[in-house]
Write a new protein. Structure first.
Length: 237
C-alpha cells in the first residue's frame, strides 16, 4: 500500500516505473496521472516523463509529478544504461522489430574477435544518424510520418557519446549487449551501424533501459502495480 498523501504528490515526487513491453511512454504517464487524480479527486495535476522509451522497449521510465516536473530537463541529460539484443544478418527499415526484415546478409565471417574490434568504432564521441522511423521533427512533421508515407527526407547526423559498449553473449545471429550512452543516442541506429561495419546487416531485437544516472530499474515498479498500491485494489491497464 502506498501511503503518500495528496500533499506529497503536489509537492513533488520522482516515480520509477518499469515500462511494460507494448506500452508507450505516453500511456504510462497517462496511467499514473489517472490513478493519482482519481485517488485524490484532483482536476489538474502536473506530470511528465524524463526520456521516452519506444513501445518495443521495456525498463526504466522516470516520471516526475507536482513541483518535481521542473527536474525533468536535468534528469533527461543524465547518462543512460541499456541492455538488449542485436540480431545480425538482417536489416529492417525501422532498425528494430517495428517493421519487417527487408534484406538479409551473411554472418559466417563474424567472429568474436572481429565483433570486439569493430565495437571500438562506436565508443567515445561519435556521429550518429537517427532512424527515419523516429519521433524527431522535420519541418513540423514527425520523421516516422514521412517514413510511413514512403517519402525520403534528409536526416542530419548528431553527436552523441557512448562510454561503454560491451558484448555480454554472442550466439549468432543474436548478440547481447550492455551500453552506457548520452542523451539522444539511438540504440537502434547503433545496431544498424554495427551491422554495416561488420559487412553484414543488423537490427535491434530487444531493448531494456536499466539505469538513468543513479536511478536503477531494480527500484522501479510496473504502472499497474503502482495503481494497485495507491488505490488499494486491483487495477486494469
Amino acid at each position: 500500500m502506498d501511503s503518500r498523501t495528496q500533499e506529497d504528490f503536489l509537492a513533488g515526487q520522482i516515480l520509477l516505473i518499469d515500462k511494460p513491453l507494448g506500452w508507450s511512454s505516453f500511456q504510462a504517464v497517462n496511467k499514473l496521472k489517472w490513478v493519482i487524480r482519481s485517488k485524490f479527486k484532483l482536476k489538474k495535476f502536473k506530470i511528465g516523463h524524463a526520456g521516452t522509451l519506444d513501445p518495443l522497449a521495456t525498463g526504466l521510465l522516470i516520471i516526475c509529478c507536482g513541483k518535481f516536473t521542473k527536474k525533468i530537463p536535468e534528469l533527461q541529460g543524465q547518462a543512460k544504461e541499456y541492455t538488449g539484443t542485436i540480431t545480425l544478418g538482417a536489416t529492417t527499415p525501422s532498425y528494430d522489430l517495428e517493421t519487417e526484415v527487408d534484406q538479409t546478409y551473411p554472418t559466417e565471417h563474424i567472429t568474436e574477435t572481429l565483433l570486439k574490434e569493430t565495437l571500438t568504432q562506436f565508443i567515445g564521441d561519435i556521429e550518429q544518424r537517427p532512424p527515419v522511423f523516429s519521433a524527431l521533427k522535420k519541418d513540423g512533421k514527425r520523421l516516422y510520418e514521412y517514413a510511413r508515407e514512403g517519402k525520403e527526407v534528409e536526416i542530419k547526423t548528431r553527436n552523441v557519446n557512448v562510454s561503454a559498449f560491451e558484448i555480454t553473449e554472442m550466439k549468432l545471429p543474436n548478440v547481447k549487449f550492455r551500453i552506457v550512452c548520452s542523451k539522444g543516442t539511438y540504440i537502434r541506429s547503433l545496431a544498424h551501424d554495427l551491422g554495416q561495419a561488420l559487412q553484414s546487416g543488423g537490427h535491434l531485437s530487444e531493448l531494456r533501459r536499466t539505469k538513468i544516472g543513479d536511478y536503477n530499474v531494480n527500484k522501479a515498479i510496473a504502472p499497474n502495480i503502482f495503481a494497485e498500491n495507491l488505490l488499494g485494489k486491483t487495477s486494469e491497464s
